[in-house]
Write a protein of this length. Structure first.
Length: 372
């Protein structure tokens, strides 16, 4: 297979940026979804702004020029909000802001919380003028969102037994850091295929649907529609391994008309419904039709990590059954912060020292182990 499209979204929810090449990283393509918009409610709480709940996000075009993200609001023929002068200007956002001067914001996305950074009044005012309600632009900075459920390939691995943990401690080996994400929904990468999109297009008789509606990162030509449901691992250019852990359940963002900032009219507004008949194949999210696979880079991203249109991709592991969605925490009001298991394991030396001391005193272990 070959890579046919590459997309990234510096500010989550806005129109994507299609590129010829991009750099791979553990948290996704470079600069993907490092920023996010939140609606500030009257209570002061932050509510996420995403395309599914706010189709007007599709009216914001973004591009990266040098070290800036240039954002432009595309006023539709039938305006959504009263005109403000900001709507005719281009907003420039530093792609790597200096966080020392920014105030912090505690925000949540899909029950995965993070302490992020507010970009400030200048940026908030611009987006507020375009959305028509109080808005805040936040930057992930050094924050980390936890990966919930068994989406992370590390969560699916069998934990080492205590003797191995003891041995690793004695040898001075560090615990593996847990996977984390930026403002991507549930994983650093979303893979889709042209063949599956062709299957969707064939369901429409009076209109078309483009890949941009699927909001992928890496698009492959594919061989058979929906074959990706069973992909477990991809290898890019024979060097970079990506574990595909879950399927992507779809929402009303598929029905958005990017020219109006509203739900599409006519048949184009029925894409989600047309997938309902046979693509609700994830038993963990049985009301959401599936299109695409979530992925995590598992190989060491050292050296040249640039991938490009036309690069080769091979399915190097397959599953016999479809994976099951298990992201959400039981109580929707609960949200979780990132805490690496390596942080938890930092207490292991204290616990082990107690047991080693006791064992040595009882003559069960040689005393030299206490000096290790």
């Amino acid at each position: 297979m070959k890579i046919t499209q590459l997309w990234y979204y510096p500010i989550k929810g806005l129109r994507g940026i299609q590129v010829e090449s991009a750099k791979l990283g553990p948290q996704g393509l470079q600069y993907d979804r490092h920023f996010m918009l939140y609606k500030i409610e009257k209570s002061g709480e932050f509510s996420k702004i995403q395309l599914s709940g706010h189709p007007e996000c599709s009216l914001f075009a973004q591009e990266v020029v040098g070290d800036k993200i240039r954002v432009k609001y595309l006023i539709p023929e039938e305006p959504l909000v009263p005109w403000k002068p900001e709507q005719d200007t281009v907003l420039e956002v530093p792609i790597e802001p200096e966080i020392t001067e920014l105030s912090k914001a505690d925000v949540s996305l899909h029950q995965s919380r993070v302490i992020a950074y507010r970009m400030g009044p200048k940026y908030d005012a611009w987006f507020t003028a375009c959305f028509g309600f109080e808005t805040a632009l936040v930057f992930i900075g050094d924050g980390r969102r936890p990966v919930l459920g068994t989406f992370s390939p590390k969560s699916q691995a069998t934990p080492p037994p205590w003797p191995m943990l003891l041995l690793n401690h004695l040898l001075g080996k560090k615990a593996t850091e847990d996977d984390w994400i930026t403002f991507t929904d549930c994983a650093p990468y979303l893979f889709t295929t042209e063949e599956s999109l062709n299957n969707v297009k064939a369901r429409l008789s009076t209109c078309d649907v483009e890949m941009k509606a699927m909001r992928p990162n890496i698009v492959l030509d594919g061989e058979t529609a929906w074959d990706e449901d069973f992909w477990a691992q991809l290898t890019i250019n024979g060097a970079h391994q990506v574990a595909l852990t879950k399927m992507c359940g779809r929402c009303t963002s598929l029905n958005v008309d990017y020219s109006t900032g509203r739900a599409a009219k006519g048949e184009r507004g029925t894409v989600l419904k047309k997938l309902m008949s046979d693509r609700r194949v994830d038993t963990g999210s049985k009301y959401s039709p599936v299109f695409g696979r979530y992925g995590f880079l598992t190989s060491n991203p050292g050296g040249d990590t640039t991938i490009s249109i036309g690069d080769s991709v091979e399915v190097t592991k397959r599953s016999t059954e479809r994976t099951v969605w298990d992201w959400a925490l039981g109580d929707p009001k609960i949200a979780k912060y990132y805490q690496s298991s390596s942080d938890t394991k930092s207490s292991i030396p204290i616990v082990l020292s107690f047991w080693l001391t006791a064992a040595a005193l009882l003559g069960l272990l040689p005393c030299w182990l206490l000096l290790a």
